[in-house]
Write a protein that binds this ligand. Structure first.
Ligand code: RIB
Ligand code: CA
Length: 320
C-alpha cells in the first residue's frame, strides 16, 4: 500500500490488515499529502504497530510533489494527520523503517515478484511516478494499481474540478495513468457515496467497547474528528474514501467498474488535477482506448457496512 496517513488512510490500513489472508500485505510506503512526510510516516508505523503488524516495514517516500509545493489538509485530518491522536502513544512497537526510499522498495519488490504485486495507492501518486522514472520496466512488472483518486462525473473536493490526491500531484497522476500499468480507479463518484454518520459512529464505538477492541476504539476516535470536520463543511456524514479502495479490491461485487480513457489536466491552475474523459456521443472507434477500469457505481450501504465491520480489527488483535 502507498499511503499519506491521514485518517482515512489509517482506516484503509485497518481494513487491509483485518482482511487477513485475503491480502498478503508486503510493504507500506508513505508519501506526503494529508500531512508532511515525517508525520504520515510516523502515523503509518504507529497504526501498523497498533494492528500488531510490526512485521511489515514502512518505506518513506516523497516529501513533496514532483513539481509543486505540498498542500496538506490539517482542517480534515488534524495538524499531525490523525486528528488529535498522538501516534507515539498508540503502540510501543511501531513498524520498522526500510533503509531504502519508497520508490526503491516498490521497484525492488516488483523486480523480485514480477506480475504478482498489486499496489493500493491512497495518496498523491508521487512515489509511483518516481519509481517509474527510476525503473521504466516496472510498468510491465506490476499486476495492477488500485488508486483512490479523481472525480469523473462529480465535482472535485479540493478544487471545483479536482480530487485532493490528483490535485496535490497532477503530474504524477498523469505519469501513472499513461504508464500502461493496469489501473483501477476508485474516484469521488463512488467514495463520496459511502459515508459514516453519527449513528454509524456511535454503533462502531459501542461494538468496539463491547469487544474491548483497541483497534475499533482508535477507528472511532479518529472518525469522530473526521466527521466533525465534514460537519463543519456542512456535509452530513464523512466519506470513507481510502477504505473503499481496499474494500472494492476484496469485494469487487460491491460496485461496477467500466473501462474509460482518463487523462489528467496539469497546465492551468484552474483545472490542475481534473480528470478529462471523452463522454461525447461519438462513434466508439473515435474514442481513445481505455487506460483504466473506473468504479462509477457502488452498493453504498453494503460497502459501508462491510468496512465498518472490518474497522473492529483482526480477531484477537488489541482485544482487551
Ligand atoms: O480525496 C480524498 C483523498 O484525499 C483521500 O485519500 C484522503 O486521505 C486524501 O488524501
Ligand atoms: Ca489518503
Amino acid at each position: 500500500m502507498d499511503v499519506d496517513t491521514g485518517i482515512d488512510d489509517a482506516l484503509a490500513l485497518i481494513v487491509a490488515a483485518t482482511l487477513g489472508e485475503q491480502f498478503d500485505l508486503l510493504a507500506v510506503t508513505t508519501v506526503a499529502g494529508n500531512a508532511d512526510l515525517a508525520a504520515v510516516t510516523r502515523n503509518t508505523r504507529a497504526v501498523l504497530g497498533l494492528l500488531n503488524r510490526s512485521d511489515i516495514s514502512v518505506a518513506a517516500g516523497a516529501a513533496t510533489p514532483l513539481l509543486r509545493p505540498l498542500r496538506t489538509a490539517p482542517h480534515i485530518h488534524g495538524p499531525g494527520g490523525l486528528g488529535t491522536i498522538d501516534p507515539d502513544a498508540l503502540t510501543p512497537r511501531p513498524a520498522a523503517l526500510y533503509p531504502e526510499s519508497a520508490a526503491e522498495v516498490i521497484a525492488r519488490l516488483a523486480r523480485t515478484r514480477p506480475g504478482e504485486i498489486t499496489i493500493i495507492a491512497t495518496g498523491p501518486l508521487t512515489n509511483l511516478a518516481l519509481a517509474l522514472r527510476m525503473d521504466p520496466p516496472l510498468a510491465s512488472r506490476l499486476a495492477e494499481i488500485v488508486i483512490m483518486g479523481g472525480a469523473i462525473t462529480v465535482p472535485g473536493n479540493a478544487s471545483p474540478v479536482a480530487e485532493a490526491n490528483f490535485l496535490t500531484d497532477p503530474e504524477a497522476a498523469r505519469i501513472v495513468l499513461s504508464s500502461g500499468i493496469p489501473v483501477t480507479l476508485v474516484p469521488l463518484d463512488v467514495t463520496e457515496r459511502v459515508r459514516i454518520d453519527r449513528t454509524g459512529l456511535d454503533n462502531l464505538r459501542q461494538r468496539a467497547h463491547q469487544r474491548g477492541s483497541t483497534v475499533g476504539r482508535f477507528a472511532a476516535d479518529v472518525l469522530a474528528f473526521y466527521l466533525r470536520a465534514y460537519e463543519q463543511h456542512r456535509q452530513a456524514g464523512a466519506a470513507l474514501h481510502d477504505p473503499l479502495a481496499v474494500a472494492l479490491l476484496a469485494r469487487p461485487d460491491l460496485g461496477t467498474a467500466d473501462p474509460l480513457h482518463v487523462q489528467i489536466a496539469v497546465a492551468d491552475p484552474l483545472t490542475a488535477g481534473q480528470c478529462i474523459v471523452d463522454r461525447r456521443p461519438i462513434p466508439p472507434e473515435q474514442i481513445l482506448p481505455s487506460n483504466v477500469r473506473c468504479y462509477l457505481q457502488v452498493a453504498a450501504e453494503a460497502a459501508r457496512d462491510f468496512i465498518l465491520d472490518l474497522l473492529l480489527g483482526p480477531p484477537g488483535v488489541g482485544n482487551a
